[in-house]
Design a protein around this ligand. Sequence first.
Ligand SMILES: C[S@@+](CC[C@H](N)C(=O)[O-])C[C@H]1O[C@@H](n2cnc3c(N)ncnc32)[C@H](O)[C@@H]1O
Length: 304
Amino acid sequence: MEDDGVSNVKDSVLMSEITCSDENISNTSTEPVCTTIDGNKPKRPPRSERKRQRHEELLLRRKEERKRKKIERKQRMKEEDNDSNNERSDDRRVTQQMKEARRSRCKQALIDGQKICIDCSLEQYMSEKERGKLIMQINRLYGSNLRADNPAHIYLTGLKKDSSLYEECVKKMDGFENYLIDSKEEHHTELFPLDKIVCLSPDSPNLLTDIDSDKIYIIGGLVDENIKQHVTQTRATEHGLTTARLPIEENMIKLQQSSHSKILAVNQVFDILMKYKETKDWKQALSVGVPRRKGYVIEQEDPT
Ligand SMILES: C[S@@+](CC[C@H](N)C(=O)[O-])C[C@H]1O[C@@H](n2cnc3c(N)ncnc32)[C@H](O)[C@@H]1O
């Protein structure tokens, strides 16, 4: 925009009364310092020039502001990074400590924990797929045991080193040979006094009312997608062993659905035993192990 003469004259008069120079005025702006060339008539740059300069100043200020903010941001990020690195290494330390504590509890359980056996001598009743599922269930129950405050002494009995089940355990469970589990080739009847063994079976006529720390509880290492009834019950009675079923009907009610099953997976039975050991309450114990899809719920729940 062009300069208007009126304001220029007025400005010049005012400016002529002042002597300004670079030396006596500390001017941080880029606007030129007013000065007179001939000593009488100070000349101001035209308005368009001043406007351009102001604009440049503004841009410069903005640039510097952006630069300052960027530095601050970087600094903040660095500090946050340090904080989260510290937190992460704290987490790692805690996790490592937790892992060590769990392992040491399980090591102790191999000395004085509640004895629970998974009977691994039932391989002939399972397909390869069912064997694979059994391995997953053993893996899960091993994980539950590691997490337990009072872990059990887990045995895998009748697990022959030359069996497909053993081979698959090694293949599918990472570090299986270092698991804190007692793996035995012998059958449970060769390892424990017969009168101390309780074989768990959904087909048992007897009710499991309590868990006795002197007894050894046997869970059949079976996945029966095509249900083979009475396998564990028949085998146990053949050996003259006591059998017991979980008190599902006594503590749970049937949902209004067509199918109901009291046959649970190996890891579910294990979780129920562990919860009962901890709480001495069958309702609480069964509620952790019996999935709703089995058609049973704890009594206080609405059965619809
Ligand atoms: C999938 S079940 C196998 C059922 C199989 N038909 C049998 O003859 O045992 C796996 C194992 O979990 C235990 N189990 C499952 N449901 C049970 C229940 N309701 N009461 C007691 N033990 C049970 C038994 O030890 C059983 O052998």
